[in-house]
Design a protein around this ligand. Structure first.
Ligand code: GTR
Length: 423
């Protein structure tokens, strides 16, 4: 075990006071309280041999680490399935003030007597053949991403919604999350924006009777096995299925797909990017515990917090590490390393201690040795950079000033980073 220095000479203290995010409200932490720990070795294989080439990384160590994350953290997908039909619900060449093509497609999945449907909303820059795209889930429905009145609500027009759907999907929230998505900015930069409501794949509740899990159950099974997928792995699976669709969609360049996610969906993006190498770039925005942040630091949200508050997110096996992080055979720097040599961007926010911004930075730093096997630049500085001073090497990092959120500043960085790193 290599000793990893986490002690910082100055003491930072954070007091969060946000009534909107009650789980964040009680966290008071300082760097001085971070326990001392050794990170599991990235470049020593289970049989003790040193990994010092990209070939041995790919043949030996990477598969070992992928297996550990699969069985111990996010859970294994129990089988294979892809969409059996893609139905175009809407197509317009005059969207976003005539700057974009808007296409809305329903992807249908069926197994046995069960089915689910993912509604994919796409804005693609007009005049760009095979557009590079940012792909990411949204939290509140496609219609919350932009005020465009033609965005379907769960695949339907307002008139088609039942009273229950009207109450749940809130048509008056149209455009409410506009600032988090910046569709106009993205399209103006020559990129498409593609999004899906994450609840289409698996509703975010501790209930495995619905969503994609149920399609894979053996007879009489009602819950995933301890080593099988939780919700994060299900959402990651869904991103790969959109990638399957891109492979059939001529408007999109499937070799230039930038996977993006915020918070729990940032965790999702990292796991999807680690387990499916078709994604060209992966962006984690404020992903925190179980995402980019090192679990062993126990700073902000801990493994026991996340498994208690969200018992359905990870594989049941992950719960054995509650208050027992040192027993984890991995830590989150290894998740970032699994994405190498593809560009990966980790973004933190200065007023987001629950997600442990410094732990997210240290993870990118610790993943750098794998990028170096490919002759790529990871993170060269030892200390977390000051606010609003981004690093855009093959590993990108910034600490944005402000709260847990996605802002125009974040998108400016993601666009510049993608301009730099897409072929
Ligand atoms: C929090 C959770 C975080 C983060 C966040 C979110 O309550 O503790 O891990 O994922 O939710 O997704 O908004």
């Amino acid at each position: 075990m290599r000793s990893f220095i986490i002690s910082i000479p100055f003491v930072l203290s954070f007091i969060i006071n946000s009534s909107a995010q009650s789980k964040r409200s009680t966290t008071i932490k300082t760097e001085a309280l971070v326990p001392k720990f050794n990170l599991p070795e990235l470049l020593i294989s289970e049989n003790g041999s040193q990994i010092n080439t990209k070939e041995t990384w790919e043949q030996i160590r990477r598969p070992e680490i992928l297996e550990l994350f699969t069985n111990q953290v996010y859970g294994k997908v129990p089988g294979k399935l892809t969409f059996h039909k893609a139905v175009v619900l809407d197509y317009s060449e005059v969207a976003l003030g005539n700057k974009a093509i808007r296409k809305q497609v329903a992807l249908h999945f069926e197994k046995g007597s069960k089915s689910i449907e993912m509604i994919v909303l796409m804005y693609l820059p007009k005049g760009v053949k095979n557009a590079p795209v940012f792909l990411g889930y949204n939290f509140s429905g496609n219609h919350a991403v932009h005020a465009d009145p033609a965005i379907l609500i769960s695949g339907k027009t307002v008139a088609q919604l039942s009273p229950n759907e009207l109450a749940r999907l809130k048509p008056d929230s149209r455009g409410k999350r506009n600032s988090r998505w910046q569709a106009d900015k993205i399209v103006a930069a020559g990129y498409g924006l593609v999004t899906v409501d994450y609840g289409d794949v698996d509703p975010d509740k501790n209930d495995f009777s619905d969503g994609i899990h149920a399609l894979f159950y053996e007879e009489n099974q009602t819950n995933p096995e301890p080593h099988q997928w939780g919700s994060l792995a299900a959402w990651a699976w869904g991103m790969s299925r959109v990638m399957d669709y891109f492979e059939t969609e001529t408007l999109v360049d499937e070799n230039s797909v930038i996977l993006f996610g915020h918070s729990r969906l940032g965790k999702t993006a990292l796991w999807a990017g680690a387990s499916d190498s078709r994604f060209s770039i992966v962006i984690s925005n404020n992903s925190g515990c179980g995402g980019a942040a090192l679990s062993r630091r126990r700073f902000g949200e801990k493994v026991s917090d996340i498994n208690t508050n969200f018992p359905h997110w990870f594989a049941k096996n992950f719960h054995q590490y509650n208050e027992n992080e040192l027993a984890l055979p991995i830590d989150q720097h290894m998740l970032i390393a699994l994405i190498a040599p593809r560009p990966v961007y980790v973004a933190s926010a200065s007023l987001d201690p629950w997600a442990d911004p410094n732990g997210e930075f240290l993870s990118t730093k610790a993943a750098t040795s794998v990028y170096e096997l490919y002759g790529k630049k990871g993170i060269e500085v030892d200390r977390q950079p000051a606010v609003n001073t981004p690093i855009h090497n093959t590993i990108g990092y910034h600490l944005r000033e402000g709260k847990h959120n996605v802002t125009a500043y974040d998108w400016d960085q993601y666009i510049q980073f993608s301009n730099l790193h897409l072929n």
